[in-house]
Design a protein. Structure first.
Length: 710
């Protein structure tokens, strides 16, 4: 059911905020957000967040209902969407997972009353891949959505509908308990007495407290730090480590750790401890790559490193490149040529699922013999590259020992020591798999697995689009081939060549046409035409016009009669489109040609001595306008060595250039061309047209040269 458009009226945001805070509190999650419908009912807008800065959800400030985003899917299907960990998120929503690549789980639920959708609730918690985390109760999530739905419905019924504000808001998180001034002072004194530096940041990343020791270690005074963000106020922090680790701690609610160097050679260790109100940070001196002497032993969760923002940007670049890939070959080239260096892998193989079997469609670095076992393997075999398609879950092996335990028949290739097997699944069906291999043991962190998983989804989607493109292109080429001559007839005394070039990338079909009909041993008819438009509809009409003209040519009809007959047929069809046409009757025995035009650009005649001219033919109306139109004819001599160039306006038409000047330019180019076979000359003219300006129309070209006497 369409989303209701918010009505005008007083905004009761305080009540909405309270319900959002209660939803987070009752479900036991650490952050939540509420989305409200846009005025057109075709999108969801982020209204408020709690426990997480709204800016972290910037890619989803506005979400179209058709978008591959959990809140949009929850509203479209009117059901809750549960993503228990970040890898599941990456598998199902690869494009959106890249924007928040930290350990977390998500639940998105529609806010409903009956069948009316009022928005969506989005909840965050650490996820099942984090020790000690627990999913929220579906019953509690449902109860929270019902409370929100009743509030929004009642507000709308009372004429005070709550619509999205101009910008998303981050709600302040109240402290767990109030502290008296004396207690707060005692806490500050406690921090000042510690040998390490201490500071506190709110959820927005701003300093709210800095101890004197911390300020001394950072090299900046306390007043200059309060209210600022570390990655903005610390001049020595030139990389993204601080912001990246801070975001990871806020999203995952797990401790974090990193080291940084203060020029020229002093190292500090930073330990981050987050909760719902902000992040506490302990700062202590350390050595290069070392840990703080006072730092406690860190658990596996504590050691988890977030994805560097630079790597995220690299993945975003690759995803943008994949979105621009057109055919399967483009996708294969991108994966095999650019992704090895991006992820430090030594080899990569791309396999496609075709006809129930795996086919190797691209590789880099792998020896051919190693991939022979995969090429043609049935989708029922147990090889890792095939098995991941059945499960939909990537497999990562840090060493060959891990791989051989999981798959004993695995052959070993010298120099390869770690593997990532990624399933390529798009629109719920297996597309193929991608295998990265590394030249040394490679323990894959959880966040690195998220990146690979998201990348696999992007590759799968790109391959699916590419297959559709290649299929459509093949179909269009087959259709165009059926509409145009398979080949030009071999006529004694004539050297001929033809070219056709569609204007629309990805649609190799259009309304331009040409033909050369052999009437008898010494007579032929050359035809070129242009149906209005350059799409499937134009091609369909061309498929009716060209045979009509060809049938007249076979009977030996004069140009005037042939065009008049085709014109009447097109008027009777009433297709709502017109067509231009040039008809040339070639008499090789008498060495002459009779031409007539129906609104078509004039042909270019190149004389044996090399000079050219645009033939001034008497104008005739376009085909399909007036059933009684006449088409006067013009006779010209054809001496041996003469070249007759018939073309459609796509060959010469250039934005901003007068058509007469453009045709004169073609005549000049033909005059300057050295003597050469017509096939080579046709290629030269087409290549020149492509280089000189962007072409917005289809191109057809037919060149005819009367052979010189032996």
């Amino acid at each position: 059911m369409p989303l209701p458009s918010p009505a005008a009226g007083p905004v009761r945001r305080t009540e909405l905020d309270s319900l959002l805070e209660r939803a987070v509190r009752d479900t036991g999650v650490h952050a939540g957000a509420v989305f409200l419908p846009a005025s057109d009912g075709q999108a969801l807008l982020l209204e408020a967040t709690v426990g997480l800065p709204a800016e972290y959800l910037a890619p989803w400030f506005g979400v179209a209902l058709s978008s591959p985003v959990p809140v949009a899917e929850a509203v479209r299907e009117q059901r809750a969407v549960w993503l228990g960990d970040s890898q599941e998120f990456a598998r199902r929503y690869p494009r959106t997972a890249i924007a928040l690549p930290y350990p977390h789980a998500v639940a998105a639920a529609p806010i409903l009353t009956g069948t009316t959708v009022w928005g969506a609730l989005l909840l965050f918690w650490p996820g099942s891949d984090t020790a000690g985390s627990a999913s929220p109760s579906p019953e509690r999530v449902g109860a929270a959505c019902r409370r929100l739905g009743r509030f929004l419905r009642d507000a709308a019924d009372a004429g005070h509908a709550v619509g999205p504000g101009p910008l998303p808001r981050t709600l302040p998180q109240p402290p767990a308990r109030r502290r008296e001034p004396a207690e707060a002072l005692a806490a500050a004194d406690f921090a000042e007495r510690l040998p390490e530096g201490s500071c506190s940041l709110d959820l927005e990343g701003r300093f709210t407290y800095v101890s004197a020791t911390a300020a001394a270690l950072l090299g900046i005074s306390v007043p200059d730090l309060i209210g600022t963000r570390p990655w903005q106020s610390l001049p020595w922090s030139t990389d993204v480590a601080f912001e990246d680790r801070f975001r990871a701690a806020v999203v995952s609610r797990q401790p974090g750790y990193f080291g940084a160097m203060l020029p020229p050679d002093r190292w500090l260790a930073f330990e981050l401890y987050p909760d719902g109100s902000g992040v506490s940070i302990r700062i202590s001196p350390t050595g290069p790559g070392g840990a703080s002497p006072a730092a406690p032993a860190r658990t596996e969760t504590f050691q988890r490193e977030p994805i560097p923002l630079g790597e995220v940007y690299q993945v975003l670049y690759l995803s943008a490149a994949l979105s621009e890939a057109v055919g399967v070959g483009d996708v294969v080239d991108l994966v095999t040529e650019e992704m090895l260096s991006a992820f430090g892998a030594r080899t990569v193989a791309l396999l496609a699922a075709e006809g129930g079997r795996m086919r190797v469609i691209g590789r880099r670095g792998y020896s051919p013999w190693l991939l022979e076992q995969f090429d043609g393997a049935p989708l029922t075999c147990s090889a890792p590259a095939v098995r991941v398609l059945a499960t939909g879950v990537p497999s990562f092996f840090a060493t060959f020992e891990e791989l051989s335990r999981a798959y004993p028949p695995a052959p070993h290739q010298d120099g390869l020591h770690a593997w990532a097997f990624l399933p390529l699944i798009a629109s719920g069906r297996p597309v193929g798999s991608c295998v990265f291999a590394f030249d040394r043991p490679h323990p894959f962190s959880d966040n690195e697995r998220v990146v690979f998983t998201a990348l696999a989804g992007l590759i799968a989607q790109a391959l699916e689009r590419a297959h559709l493109y290649d299929t459509s292109k093949e179909l269009a080429q087959s259709l165009q081939a059926a509409l145009l001559p398979d080949s030009l007839p071999d006529l004694p005394g004539l050297d001929v060549a033809a070219r056709y070039l569609p204007s629309v990338r990805g649609m190799d079909i259009g309304g331009d046409f040409y033909d050369l009909v052999r009437v008898d041993d010494t007579t032929a008819v050359a035809v070129i035409g242009d149906v209005q438009g350059h799409n499937v509809n134009a091609a369909a009409l061309m498929a009716r016009v060209r045979p009509a003209i060809r049938s007249q040519a076979i009977t030996g009809a004069t140009p005037a009669l042939a065009l008049a007959h085709a014109n009447r047929q097109l008027v009777e069809m009433d297709p709502g489109r017109f067509a231009s046409c040039l008809y040339a009757h070639l008499d090789l025995a008498r060495r002459r040609a009779v031409l007539a035009t129906a609104g078509h650009p004039p042909p270019v005649l190149r004389h044996p001595d090399g000079h050219t001219e645009l033939l001034p033919l008497p104008p005739g109306l376009l085909l399909g306008i007036d059933p009684d139109a006449d088409y006067p004819s013009t006779e010209i001599p054809l001496t041996p060595g003469t070249v007759l160039a018939l073309y459609t306006d796509g060959l010469v038409e250039t934005p901003g250039v007068d058509m007469d000047d453009a045709m004169a330019g073609l005549a000049a180019q033909l005059s300057q061309a050295s003597p050469q076979p017509m096939d080579r000359l046709a290629t030269t003219l087409i290549d020149h047209a492509r280089r000189t300006a962007p072409r917005t129309d289809d191109i057809a070209l037919l060149l005819i040269r009367l052979a010189t006497a032996a």
